[in-house]
Each structure stands twice: as structure tokens, then as C-alpha cells.
Design a protein around this ligand. Structure first.
Ligand code: ADP
Ligand code: ADP
Length: 226
């Protein structure tokens, strides 16, 4: 587990677009923090900077005690879940789960044990030999969660993980994510444009608008004075 600290973190794209104006806040160890706001407010950019997928234009980003501004994504002790699942279509569920671990040179016994545990946690045990195309959207997003889970990261980053699901599946995967957070106690940063999702999932919520932080508070406090 690790905290995430942002101090004046900025993003200016090459075309001059300022996507994030000096953001400063801390996500505590084990906290589930939601970043919410309308399309274009900068939430994906912020999450992608934390993931290391987007260069930081200014400020300091720390994961735990370490400044990670120039640390490669694979060395940040984070795992990210995308809205599009990003599964490999030609690989089975088990192979998809193993991929990131093989890349990091874990031994076979560790990989097998972690896949077994993650599959049990997410109800995927009977599907390990299936290809993604033979699965529902909800099951695919469970595999995407599993692929992050097997990495045992200090910080989970989730970018609109429910937005490709229909209403019923959205509810069940959201419940799954809340349960995972309770069970693991890991730091999670969750991006959504959906206020209801933000209010039901977040322990605290960062409200963004035009690349600026408007509010940071608990759902209860935001509900009392929106
Ligand atoms: P959100 O995730 O809240 O929809 P984004 O972080 O995707 O917002 O985008 C924030 C702003 O930065 C928007 O104005 C968007 O058009 C712009 N933007 C995003 N990516 C790029 C890019 N690669 N180049 C230039 N501008 C970008
Ligand atoms: P999201 O709302 O999930 O961020 P978008 O459709 O806004 O998705 O963006 C999809 C991709 O296009 C992202 O990688 C984003 O960085 C990039 N992008 C968004 N806005 C711009 C822009 N104005 N110029 C260049 N790339 C952009």
C-alpha cells in the first residue's frame, strides 16, 4: 500500500492546451479516491500522469516516499484498469492474467498461485480457458480487474471501468470493486464522469472543472453543500 501525493502537478499538451493546472492533494494509504467531472475536465490526464502514461509538465508526484516524475510506468508499483478492458483477444483468460507477470519475470509457481487466487476472488475460475470474445462485458471487465489484481500493486488506477457496461452489469461490477477495496485495503484512484458512481464508491471525491480542482471532500460533505 502507498499514499499518492501531488504537489502543483501540471499538464500542458504540445499544442498549448493546459489540461491540468497545478493540482495539489494527497490520497491516503488505503483510500478510495474518486476523480469526477464532465468530459474534458482533465481527469484522464491526471490519472495517466499518475500511471506514468503521460509526461508531467510541472510539479512533483510521489507514490509512497518516492518521487516518480521520471519513473517508467512498469516501475511505479501501480496497475491500471481501462474502460475498454484492453484484453488480448487471442489469449485465454488465464493467459491474459499471466501476461503482466511473465513480462516482469515472475516464476511459474507464483504466477499460477496468483491467477488461482484472483480467479477465485473474482468468480472467474470456470472461465480460465475461455477467450474474451466468448464472455460478456461484465466478465471481461472482471478479467481486466483480475489482471490488475495479480500484480499486487500498491495503487490501483481505474479509468471509467464501468462505462462500457449496461446498467445491470455496471451495478454488479461496481459492487465488486467496492468489495475488492474493502478486502484488499489498497489505495484506489477511480475516474468517472458519473456523479452517482462517485458518490456511492468514493471515500473522498476530487471534483474537477476545466483542469482545476473545485472541491475535495467526503460524499456526505459534498451532499450537504453541493
Ligand atoms: P477527461 O478525462 O476529463 O475527459 P482529458 O484529461 O481527456 O479529460 O482532457 C483534458 C483536456 O485536455 C481536454 O481539453 C482535452 O481535449 C485535452 N487533451 C487530452 N489529451 C490531449 C492530447 N493528447 N493533446 C492535446 N490535448 C489533449
Ligand atoms: P476520454 O474522455 O476517456 O479521455 P477522449 O475521447 O476524450 O476519451 O480521448 C481519447 C484519446 O484522445 C485520449 O488518449 C486523449 O488523450 C486523446 N485526446 C483527447 N483530446 C485530444 C485533443 N484535443 N488532441 C489530441 N488528443 C486528444
Amino acid at each position: 500500500m502507498a499514499s499518492v501525493q501531488l504537489d502543483g502537478v501540471r499538464k500542458v499538451y504540445d499544442n498549448g492546451q493546459v489540461a491540468v493546472h497545478g493540482a495539489s492533494f494527497e490520497i491516503a494509504d488505503g483510500e478510495l479516491m474518486v476523480l469526477v467531472g464532465p468530459s474534458g475536465c482533465g481527469k484522464s490526464t491526471l490519472l495517466r500522469m499518475i500511471a506514468g502514461l503521460e509526461e508531467i509538465s510541472g510539479g512533483t508526484l510521489k507514490i509512497g516516499e518516492r518521487v516518480v516524475n521520471d519513473v517508467a510506468p512498469k516501475d511505479r508499483d501501480i496497475a491500471m484498469v481501462f474502460q475498454s478492458y484492453a484484453l488480448y483477444p487471442h489469449m485465454t483468460v488465464a493467459e491474459n492474467l499471466a501476461f503482466g507477470l511473465k513480462l516482469r519475470k515472475h516464476d511459474k509457481a507464483t504466477i499460477d498461485a496468483r491467477i488461482k487466487a484472483a480467479a477465485e476472488t473474482l468468480g472467474l475460475t470456470a472461465m480460465l480457458d475461455k477467450l474474451p470474445k466468448a464472455m460478456s462485458g461484465g466478465q471481461r471487465q472482471r478479467v481486466a480487474l483480475g489482471r490488475a489484481l495479480v500484480r499486487e500493486p500498491s495503487v490501483f488506477l481505474l479509468d471509467e471501468p464501468l462505462s462500457n457496461l449496461d446498467a445491470k452489469l455496471r451495478h454488479s461490477v461496481r459492487t465488486e470493486i467496492a468489495r475488492l477495496h474493502r478486502q484488499l485495503g489498497t489505495t484506489m484512484i477511480y475516474v468517472t464522469h458519473d456523479q452517482v458512481e462517485a458518490m456511492t464508491l468514493g471515500q473522498r471525491i476530487v471534483v474537477l472543472k476545466d483542469g482545476q480542482i473545485q472541491q475535495i471532500d467526503t460524499p456526505m460533505a459534498l451532499y450537504d453543500r453541493p
